[in-house]
Design a binder for this molecule. Sequence first.
Ligand code: ADP
Ligand code: MG
Length: 293
Amino acid sequence: AIPLVVAINTSLAARNGILVRDRIAMERARELDTVIFDKTGTLTEGEQGVVDAATAGDLSGDEAFALAAAVEGDSEHMIAEAVREAAAERGVEPRSAAEFEALKGRGVRATVDGESVYVGGPNLLSHLDSDVPPELAEFAERAGENARTVVYLIREGEPVAAFALADVVREESYRVVEAFHELGIEVAMLTGDSEDVARAVADELGIDTVFAEVLPEDKDETVRELQSEGTLVAMVGDGVNDAPALTRADVGIAIGSGTDVAVQSADIVLVRNNPLDVVRFVKLSGASYRKMR
Ligand code: ADP
Ligand code: MG
């Protein structure tokens, strides 16, 4: 009788836009302790725009955008798109750049006029061992308090400009956290973004635990650490950088328009781009549990 109930529930799931790639994972989901959500593009819209910028020294705003847009010229990251768009809106032509390089979870690098120029977040700063000048540090602190992602323009090893990007928390995310708490399941957030931004979004949503500034290659390690404490973990994500964590989790859930790699690493695929479907899925797995008893 058990397989029959599971079959009924997987087809019920399918009708709700929930594709079950691994039935065992669906059964496991009824005993979840913690659900970890990727932040950008999962709990937030992931549609970022540059809302503010600051420069240090004698670099002008236009020069900063011209350089940053050049270095971001080859990147498909949504931060790159936002920077290029902001430069275009200012009527600024990107400088010409070559030797583009992506530093996963950190930022990008390119050569402009024979100089190595970087754009990236806090993970890049620590990677390059760069110190932020006071005027940019102040800018970043204010931006962080407002849950804005900050990336820096780095020339000759020195941060010379900073850009603040705004993202919007998805309307559904509030109810997601609430619903899991009602089910007695903890909610955590895992992100490559800065501690400030992660904290601000987590506080806004009432999320218990935050793992911030985590590099893509370390995301699965975070899951593993929780598991080693005996916690049954679901991971929800959309990006290539979430794939190892999706594989590692007891229940890996790829969301919506997620990248192919994320989808292939997941046990469960949510067809719609709606985090509330994670709640629906967990409730469905719980329903099959009750029927089986
Ligand atoms: P997330 O875990 O939030 O999905 P990523 O792993 O894609 O984020 O990126 C983590 C951080 O690395 C970003 O918040 C940003 O600071 C930096 N970063 C990554 N790619 C870029 C880029 N193309 N331009 C600037 N910064 C970037
Ligand atoms: Mg993401």
